[in-house]
Write a protein that binds this ligand. Structure first.
Ligand code: HEM
Length: 506
């Protein structure tokens, strides 16, 4: 594909770039330079950089490069220099010890077009303010507590009803789980403004899914600027922007205006939802006469969109991986079920408090997150200034890619990383969880996932409830679903179908 692209580009441009790249390479390989760039996997071509080396699913390739060149690897993604960090110590040193330098997000063409430098796509004081306010409102809303659990449990009831409409027939659980976890974000963000039977809201939340898939196609525009000149909308950028504007105007801003009216009418003091909490913060900042405060409506809209984007795809992908591993490992499913029978019984649904007894279940969720490693490079960071890190130069603006695969799938850390073995997270008695700091599916440092508490609650409750209620069966004659993944914003399982047979029917 890249060779075809090359042929579209004028010869003069190629030669000019070749010259520039040659100079860069010579500079980079200058042995007298006391601090060179980290080693790279091969020659960087003009325009393409190292993109020509990448396979469609480059995970294994990056792992091999890490073993050969790590713990730091530099490569050009088109015209952008990127450094991949390998191993727990390296990533911790960068994101925790040097957090001041490694906590920014890179400015990319697509994110700028979409985010207009708002919400969580930003860096510096604006991002810090969004993170602080968001965390404090989510805590007020009871993130990780029984208040939040009520919302999750309500949605699980609807999820089970939806599964039952298939009457044991095979279906791909992806869409249902996406729908349910985005309803949970809706309930969190819009509170009483969100009605489950509102078809308009359902339409816009499903558009979020479309937008995320479209976004994947646009990523190449970040690295090969020349492609932006091609006529038409080959990479779907215009379509992505249109959907983003639709979601922003017809869903988020509309709900925002409704909420503002409610607040004026009722003079609401406590915080029933995220919108109300953020509006209250905006007013507090205005009252304090902080005119330039980043706590404003534009950022509110962006933060809400970010919560949807960050909180739906990831959680639903993990649930789909969990179901896939559970059907491949019936002995694990059986043990989770036996534990459920012993500690919870079958007369009531499991609660989040039950995880104190359901240790094997909790270990199973952790093992799914470890082995599926759904965001192998986390989200990209950038260096906010030049730094010499482990004797290599990392220039300001370099894209930083932490290889979470190099931790979650490391033989040195886990011994047998490719075996699905929840017991690795339990002590010898099998009664207590072993917490490992190398368990990093939410990454580490100042940028680590701020939805971690909600995600853990959702994963535990959705999966334990499904195990309590159903046998997971493959359709008659279907082979075991493959462990191959589809590389994208998060790494998803290839589509598969399952039958959910109520245990009571067997
Ligand atoms: C299994 C589910 C989830 C996984 C595996 C996951 C993983 C991650 C990862 C790897 C990052 C990037 C951290 C970094 O850049 O260093 C991240 C960021 C983020 N996540 Fe999650 N996440 C999940 C669920 C959620 C949920 C449910 C929410 C919201 C309620 C959420 C909100 C966010 C936000 C807002 C950020 C950006 C933080 C920032 O830039 O400061 N995530 N997540």
């Amino acid at each position: 594909m890249f060779l075809e692209l090359l042929s579209c580009i004028g010869l003069t441009t190629v030669l000019m770039c070749l010259l520039v790249r040659l100079v860069t390479i010579l500079q980079g390989s200058n042995k007298t330079n006391p601090h060179p760039l980290p080693p790279s996997p091969g020659i960087a071509l003009p325009i393409l950089g190292h993109l020509y080396l990448l396979e469609t699913n480059p995970r294994r390739q990056f792992t091999l490069w890490g073993q050969r060149h790590g713990p730091l690897l530099s490569l050009y993604l088109g015209n952008r220099l990127a450094v991949v960090l390998y191993g727990f110590d390296t990533i911790k040193e960068a994101f925790v010890k040097h957090a001041d330098i490694f906590s920014d997000r890179p400015k990319t063409f697509v994110m700028q077009a979409l985010g207009k430098d708002k919400g969580f796509v930003t860096s510096g004081p604006s991002w810090r303010a969004q993170r602080k306010v968001t965390i404090s409102i989510l805590q007020e809303l009871g993130l990780g507590t029984s208040v939040m659990e009520e919302k999750v449990q309500e949605e699980i009831s609807r999820f089970l009803d939806n599964i039952d409409t298939f009457h044991g027939q095979a279906f791909n659980p992806r869409q249902l789980t996406m729908h349910s976890v985005s309803n949970i974000i809706c309930a969190l963000v819009f509170g009483s403004g969100f009605r489950h039977d509102d078809p308009e809201i359902a339409r816009y939340t499903s558009l979020f899914g479309d937008q995320l898939s479209l976004l994947e196609g646009t990523v190449i525009l970040n690295f090969l600027p020349i492609l932006r000149m091609l006529p038409g909308d080959l990479f779907g950028l215009q379509k992505t922007l249109r959907i983003a504007a639709q979601i922003e105007n017809a869903l988020i801003k509309k709900q925002l205006e409704l909420r503002k009216k409610d607040i004026e009418a009722e003079d609401i003091k406590d915080v029933p939802d995220f919108l109300t909490g953020y509006i209250r913060e905006i007013r507090a900042h205005k009252a304090a006469d902080v005119n330039t405060s980043p706590i404003n409506e534009e950022n509110l809209v962006a933060v809400v969109a970010n919560l949807f984007a960050a909180g739906t795809e990831t959680t639903s992908t993990t649930i789909c991986w969990a179901l896939l591993y559970l059907v491949r490992h019936p002995e694990v499913t059986d043990r989770c079920f036996q534990e459920m029978v012993e500690h919870v019984g079958l007369d009531r649904r499991p609660t989040y408090k039950d995880r104190q007894q359901l240790k094997y279940m909790e270990a199973t969720v952790m093992e799914v997150q470890r082995i599926s490693s759904i965001t192998p490079f986390s989200l990209h960071h950038t260096a906010s200034r030049d730094i010499v890190f482990r004797d290599y130069l990392i220039p300001k603006g370099t894209i930083i890619m932490p290889s979470l695969d190099s931790i979650l799938l490391s033989s040195e850390i886990w011994g047998d990383p490719l075996n699905f073995r929840p017991g690795r997270f339990l002590d010898a008695t099998g009664q207590s969880l072993v917490k490992r700091e190398e368990f990093v599916p939410f990454c580490i440092g100042r940028r680590s996932c701020l939805g971690e508490a909600l995600a853990k609650m959702e994963l535990f409750l959705f999966l334990s409830t499904m195990i309590q209620k159903y046998h997971f069966r493959l359709p008659e004659g279907a082979p075991l679903p493959t462990l191959e993944d589809r590389f994208g914003l998060s790494c998803t399982p290839l589509p598969y179908k399952l039958c959910f047979i109520p245990r009571a029917h067997i």
